[in-house]
Ligand binder design. Structure first.
Ligand SMILES: Cc1cc2nc3c(=O)[nH]c(=O)nc-3n(C[C@H](O)[C@H](O)[C@H](O)COP(=O)(O)OP(=O)(O)OC[C@H]3O[C@@H](n4cnc5c(N)ncnc54)[C@H](O)[C@@H]3O)c2cc1C
Length: 398
């Protein structure tokens, strides 16, 4: 078969991989998505999405379905983790929607994933291949050969690595070490709303900031569920702790924190935790017929809750350029990373900066409080405009 007649292979069925597949499928391009997990699905927690992704959903034809499953908080409130005092408040209501033209939304990842997979399944161009782990690839110039864990070799017109922070595709493209660990872990818990303890505010997105730790929470599924993420610094970040030791560590770390935090910790799920990592930004993440999207290309800390948003923007941008270049993958991939690297690098670097702000200690903490106290709503909107004003999908090749 001529290389041009082969499907494009996407490795990874997360939000980045599915978005890319859907955008390509809608443009009439054939795609095979390989996912190592036995089923295409997401981990069962929440995700916040900025207004910048809504135009991406418009292009994918799924905005109404996403919004049906989503909630729109009125504010994102930062509180002092000990006193409970308000440090700052980003209004997300009418003034926000007027300024940024689209809402800020919170949605269950499983629901968002389902909207995307349902939309993909309506496209005959898209083939799902669960339980297939890519282990390597070869770029033959006119096609790619993807090797999988069971020894099969798959032929594709091009390869898109959407395989996340520990990307196999990236590891074969670039000689570099492991992602940068920060010594922090995240713990996620989902509760039915009636189980949420009394002192915990429920309606909006709340972020309790403390020295070396923070807790984020918000409602999901129209108030039926409640999502909690507790993040903290620990020397055991790389270890798997027994549940008892894990509990003891959390108790020590959050000692003295506000009663609402203590009440949430008492309900926390100690089965699993995620060590948090990112990478330094890079300018180039393609070679020949192979490129990357999402965390594989530019993994970031979650301080601005935008990693998934960037993966979605990447997918739409990349598909538009592949369509414009009509088979000239090298050209499409070069323009794609040129269009995307400054925005995604800015997110990576600002997220690191915000990480320091959230976890500030001692005098730095006082400085953060005073700085935020001086900021007006307009100031906050201005700081976030580069991100929330969105990304223009290129309409022509350079
Ligand atoms: C605690 C926490 C909270 C977050 N909150 C937010 C938020 O509120 N808003 C936001 O925008 N972002 C958030 N993020 C970031 C967001 O989760 C990620 O940026 C996003 O999921 C990246 O999507 P992705 O598709 O690039 O990668 P992933 O979601 O990691 O998907 C990669 C997929 O590839 C598959 N895979 C991996 N290797 C292979 C292989 N060799 N072969 C086949 N398949 C493979 C994996 O199984 C997985 O399904 C948060 C992150 C964390 C840790």
């Amino acid at each position: 078969m001529d290389g041009a007649d082969l499907p494009i292979i996407i490795v990874g069925g997360g939000l980045g991989g599915l978005t890319t597949a859907l955008a390509l499928g809608r443009a009439g391009r054939r795609v095979r998505i390989l996912e190592q997990a036995p089923e295409f699905g997401a981990i069962g927690y929440g995700v916040q999405l900025g207004p910048n992704v809504v135009p991406m959903f418009d292009r994918l034809g799924i905005t109404a379905k996403v919004l049906d499953n989503a909630d729109m908080p009125e504010a994102c409130v930062m509180l002092d983790a000990y006193s409970g005092e308000e440090i700052t408040r980003l209004a997300l209501g009418a003034s926000f929607r007027e300024r940024f033209r689209h809402p800020y939304i919170i949605v269950h990842r499983v629901d968002l994933h389902r909207v995307l997979t349902d939309a993909c399944r309506t496209r005959p161009e898209i083939a799902f291949e669960p339980a297939v782990a890519a282990t390597g690839f070869e770029d033959r110039g006119d096609r790619v050969i993807v090797q999988t864990a069971d020894g099969t070799c798959l032929e594709g017109a091009a390869l898109i690595g959407a395989d996340g922070l520990h990307s196999t595709v990236r590891a074969k493209l670039r000689q570099e070490g492991e992602p940068h660990q920060f010594g922090y872990v995240a713990q996620r818990t989902l509760l039915p709303m009636p189980a949420v303890p009394d002192p915990v505010p429920r309606r909006n997105v709340y972020m309790w900031a403390g020295p070396g730790f923070h807790v984020v929470h918000y409602p999901l599924r129209h108030g039926a569920e409640f999502n909690i993420v507790a993040v903290y610094r620990t020397s055991t970040f790389a270890d798997r702790l027994a549940e008892r030791d894990h509990r003891a560590e959390v108790k020590r770390t959050f000692a003295g924190a506000h009663a609402a935090i203590q009440a949430m910790l008492a309900m926390m799920n100690f089965e699993r935790r995620w060590p948090l990592a990112d990478r330094d930004p890079i300018r180039h993440w393609h070679k020949g017929r192979v490129t990357l999207v999402g965390d594989a290309a530019h993994p970031t800390l979650q301080s601005l809750a935008q990693g998934a948003c960037m993966a979605i923007e990447d997918g739409v941008c990349l598909a538009a350029l592949i369509d414009l270049a009509d088979g000239d993958f090298e050209r499409a991939f070069a323009q794609y990373e040129a269009e995307r690297y400054v925005r995604t690098a800015r997110l990576q670097l600002e997220s690191r900066y915000m990480w320091g702000i959230y976890h500030a200690e001692d005098i730095a903490r006082d400085v953060v409080r005073q700085t935020f106290a001086e900021r007006t709503e307009e100031d906050l909107f201005r700081c976030l405009a580069w991100l929330y004003d969105g990304f223009s999908i290129p309409a022509r090749l350079r």
